[in-house]
Ligand binder design. Structure first.
Ligand SMILES: [Zn+2]
Length: 282
């Protein structure tokens, strides 16, 4: 089901992980951001678009995680853009002889048989320095920034005042810094949040990669909440976060995700943390 969130902008949500696919209505068709997870869901979206007479003229992957780089033949063969770093990451991965097994290993068991991998990660790099997506539709500013994953980019659909945040600013997931990949994952995350905060006067709607879209006030609240989370992980204060303290039914496992992050940070930094408070204990 396509849900309008602003003029010319629609969201299609996956059941598992509440992945949001964003559809932006252009002059000759649509831009599809993070197309979805299961073959059935993507086929459903393709059918909805066909019924509206809207071909897919471009795709965009906000970052090179499995749930953001999928595609379905029913979408056709439009270019699937990403930042140069994200496209290179996927190119390297697909160049490994065991890429398919490695991807399957990382899939949630609930959807393992439903995720189509034939066109997994076939991304086209946008040249370094790209500021706007090269398409015929509402201007879309690309905001490449460090934080969650290498090559992560948010998109601001300028005239429609919509921020597409990728795996940032979620109401169900706590921030997930790139602990395995970045030298300074928490510092990078704060830089990323600053980039998103910089769009606050230009957006009336925020669509996270997972969870509920929000309004301009929600955008500001989510930036503040995610900053507080990262600051707490850095040892700067106690952590009170509804996503951990009082998660939505079915999302209790985010507590374990949080505890896992605390543990990984402890391992990489050699410091000692308490997972219940996020405070350094030494
Ligand atoms: Zn994701």
């Amino acid at each position: 089901m396509l849900t309008p969130v602003a003029d010319r902008v629609f969201v299609h949500q996956s059941e598992l992980l509440r992945n949001n696919t964003v559809v932006v209505h252009g002059t000759h068709g649509v831009l599809l951001v993070d197309p979805g997870i299961t073959a059935t869901e993507m086929q459903c979206l393709a059918d909805d678009l066909r019924a509206l007479g809207l071909p897919v003229v471009a795709g965009f992957a906000t970052h090179p995680d499995w749930d953001h780089v999928l595609w379905h033949p029913a979408f056709g063969d439009a270019p699937r853009w990403a930042t140069a770093d994200a496209a290179a990451f996927m190119h390297d991965l697909r160049g490994r002889p065991d890429w398919h097994d490695r991807v399957v290993e990382g899939l949630p068991p609930e959807v393992i048989d439903e995720v189509p991998l034939e066109q997994f990660g076939l991304l086209t790099a946008l040249p370094a320095g790209t500021t706007h997506l090269p398409w015929d539709g509402p201007a879309v500013r690309m905001l490449a920034h460090p934080a969650h994953a290498i090559g992560h980019a948010a998109l601001l659909v300028v005239g429609c005042r919509v921020l597409i945040a990728g795996d940032m600013l979620s109401d169900v997931f706590v921030p997930m810094p790139d602990i395995a990949g970045a030298a300074d994952p928490l510092g990078d995350y704060l830089v990323g949040l600053d980039v998103l905060a910089g769009t606050a006067d230009e957006a009336d709607v925020v669509v996270p990669g997972h969870g509920s879209p929000g309004d301009a006030a929600a955008l500001r609240e989510r930036v503040a909440r995610d900053r507080a989370y990262i600051e707490a992980l850095r040892g700067g204060g106690e952590l009170h976060d509804r996503r951990i303290d009082d998660p939505e039914p079915g999302w209790e496992w985010v507590r374990e995700l949080h505890a896992g992050q605390v543990e990984s940070l402890q391992r990489t930094s050699g410091r000692s943390w308490s997972s219940s408070t996020g405070k350094e204990t030494e």
